[in-house]
Design a binder for this molecule. Structure first.
Ligand code: GAL
Length: 652
């Protein structure tokens, strides 16, 4: 799979920006704001998202004057505009005229307007109107010298709107299935529809997989998620083409969300020049599946790996390009269960972390705290009263502005796959056994060993990597297995629990786990143990929680660790050639085994204290301390609380 083709790259060199809503402020404030943005060292200003009703207050009646003026004012200060198309907020006159634009949620309820993302990508009326308004924006500003690039829409999938359960979505799903399967019988076979007597005789009998009495068939779910996901990719492809037709030499992107599971982001990223995402570290940790103690510990900084995994994920969507953070938390936010004030230094630290992980720009959310609407308690660079908040003070002295990142090529890669994520989280079989939690056991272990990693799709070209780690690759077909086997000729491989449990249709392989990966792994699954809270087990002398597996050999494996729990003396970790299979959820065991793997390929791990992370930036190492107390690096440097510093590396 190759996804690196880009049309228009953003300029190299790290920049800062801000998200600005001129329509929310008196016109006489725009010029002083623009001057202040420039004085703060900002380069980019994103505007336009949610402005449809301001631009077109009635069908066909356009009021461009204010946006013309806003762009000109920003241009006069040499600020570069990122123009967002406004399709995330269809105006009330539009949804009144075409009520079926409003999406239907999983509970079958037609949603209302009055907020945003009240739009169904499966609605032909919405698609026509969204394409029309994007075209109007692109025609008007496509060659404006101040417009550097475009953001299509805003956060597709936000507010759980990535999947619609509307009548239009049903029509589309049936058509999608007809194109995918040669016959209804082929679908019956692929889904195993005769389980619980659901054999279909006609396409029209197939429904959406919501509102079922018991659990829906996982193969049915998987196909519906694929179909919904294709709609997102189709939308982005359509809008990228519309913009490009009128806006030569400008880049086109979209702002994805952290840990968003609503669609497969790899195909969605294809039509974009590079990817951006929105980072809210303190909100992220509030919603993370971590203990209350962990939440408290990282309340004011966010947890470093939970942030950086998104940087690494989005960088891997379009190898060779530099992602942006389009919306960076700049102060207090409003939407998490609690919204603690970020620590002093956190905004600087987050911005630096973005750079260190290969980002090209951090654009802060938002310019000034809103005095109207739904986000009144969300801070920005300016407080309500226009005084500079902590984020603005921190970026005023930001050290990396314009600096280009030099990155050593990564030798370690983790494989990530949205389809495995969907099926994993649909049928976890154990409370707390989520895809991301399992993924983070491996990602966190590697980062804690001081290792920089890439994240790539399992069907990518993995040439050049020397350690390939597949933490939670549940879906495996023969083609994928053969491809992984070919990379195993030149790399060590590590596989996590439940690898290869299912085929791509979501069914278990006839010979069980790991299906066609068995010749590579040299083992088959015997049993799994899915443990409730407060129940634990042990493997290789380490505590195990939530999930444990044991294996039997099919091809002369070495047992690396034995189960010390209910599968007493059976194999919990096995090696076959250069492939290691780890069946136990145990952070210390995984870290110990990964350290051995790294050493075996000539990389010496550097175990780090919690919350202290390092990134290899060519001739320098950058140290990031997310702790609210001082930390000492293994190399003997002191890093201040919630701070970062460079360390020069000797050139040999
Ligand atoms: C994002 C969204 C922004 C704003 C922000 C608040 O998800 O794109 O428009 O709502 O959250 O944190």
């Amino acid at each position: 799979m190759s996804r690196s083709r880009t049309q228009q790259e953003a300029p190299a060199g790290y920049r800062l920006g801000v998200c600005f809503y001129p329509e929310q402020w008196p016109r006489d404030r725009w010029a002083p704001y623009a001057a202040q943005m420039r004085a703060l060292g900002l380069t980019y200003v994103r505007i336009g998202d949610f402005t449809w009703s301001e631009i077109e207050p009635n069908a066909g009646e356009f009021h461009w004057d204010w946006l013309d003026e806003a762009i000109d004012i920003l241009a006069a200060e040499d600020l570069r505009v990122v123009l967002a198309t406004p399709s995330a907020a269809p105006p009330p006159w539009l949804t009144a005229a075409y009520p079926e634009i409003l999406p239907v949620d999983k509970e079958g309820r037609r949603q209302r307007g009055g907020s945003r993302r009240h739009c169904d990508l499966a609605s032909a009326d919405y698609r026509r109107e969204a394409a029309r308004i994007a075209g109007e924006f692109a025609k008007r500003y496509g060659i404006h010298p101040a417009v550097s690039g475009w953001q299509i829409d805003n956060e597709l999938g936000d507010h759980d709107t990535g999947r619609s359960y509307s009548p239009a979505a049903l029509v589309r799903f049936r058509t999608w299935l007809e194109q995918r399967y040669p016959s209804v019988d082929a679908l019956n076979d692929a889904w195993g529809a005769h389980f619980w007597g659901q054999r279909y005789t006609d396409w029209s009998e197939i429904d959406l997989p919501n509102l079922t009495t018991g659990g829906a068939n996982p193969s049915h779910l998987l196909d519906f998620y694929r179909c919904s996901s294709d709609l997102v990719a189709e939308f982005l492809t359509e809008h990228a083409a519309i913009i490009r037709a009128h806006s030569p030499n400008r880049w086109v992107t979209h702002n994805f969300m952290r840990f968003c599971d609503q669609f497969d982001h790899y195909p969605a990223a294809m039509p974009l020049d590079f990817v951006t995402w929105d980072s809210y570290p303190t909100g992220g940790v509030e919603y993370a599946d971590v203990s209350l103690a962990e939440k408290a510990r990282w309340a004011r900084t966010g947890e470093p790996d939970l942030v950086s995994v998104n940087h690494d994920l989005y960088r891997g969507m379009k190898p060779g390009t530099h992602p942006w953070v389009m919306e960076q938390q700049a102060g207090q936010i409003n939407w998490a269960p609690s919204n603690p004030a970020p620590a002093d230094g956190a905004v600087d630290l987050w911005s630096t972390q973005t750079w260190a992980h290969g980002g090209a720009c951090t654009s802060f959310f938002r310019w000034r705290a809103a005095t109207i609407g739904q986000e009144l308690t969300h801070y920005g660079l300016l407080r309500h009263d226009e005084t500079l908040d902590r984020g603005a003070l921190e970026i005023a002295t930001f050290a990396l502005d314009g600096e280009e990142l030099v990155r050593a090529p990564r030798t370690v890669v983790l494989l990530h796959d949205y389809e495995s994520l969907w099926i994993y989280d649909e049928q976890p079989q154990c409370a707390g056994a989520t895809y991301w939690k399992q993924f983070m056991l491996f990602y966190g272990a590697l980062r804690g060993l001081g290792i920089d990693v890439d994240i790539r799709h399992p069907d990518d070209d993995l040439t050049g990597y020397r350690l390939i780690v597949a933490p939670a690759l549940q879906l495996i077909c023969q083609r994928r297995a053969s491809s992984l086997a070919s990379f195993a000729k030149s790399a060590n491989m590590v596989f996590g629990p439940r690898t290869g449990f299912r085929d791509l249709a979501g069914k278990v392989h006839p010979d069980g786990q790991p299906g066609p990966l068995e010749p590579l792994l040299g083992c088959r699954l015997l049993n799994f143990d899915a443990m409730p809270p407060l129940v634990s087990s042990s493997a290789g002398g380490h505590p195990v929680e939530i999930w444990a597996e044991n294996y039997r050999s099919t091809a002369g494996i070495d047992v690396v660790a034995y189960d010390d729990g209910p599968f007493a003396d059976s194999a919990a970790v096995v090696r076959h050639g250069n492939c290691l299979t780890i069946g136990a959820w145990s952070a210390p065991l995984i870290a110990e085994l990964l350290a051995l793997e790294l050493r075996s390929i000539g990389i010496e791990p550097m175990p780090l204290p919690d919350g202290l992370r390092r990134v290899d930036a060519g001739t320098r190492t950058i140290w990031l301390n997310f702790n609210e107390t001082l930390r000492r690096t293994p190399t003997g440097l002191t890093v201040e609380p919630v701070s970062w510093r460079f360390e020069s590396r000797r050139k040999d």
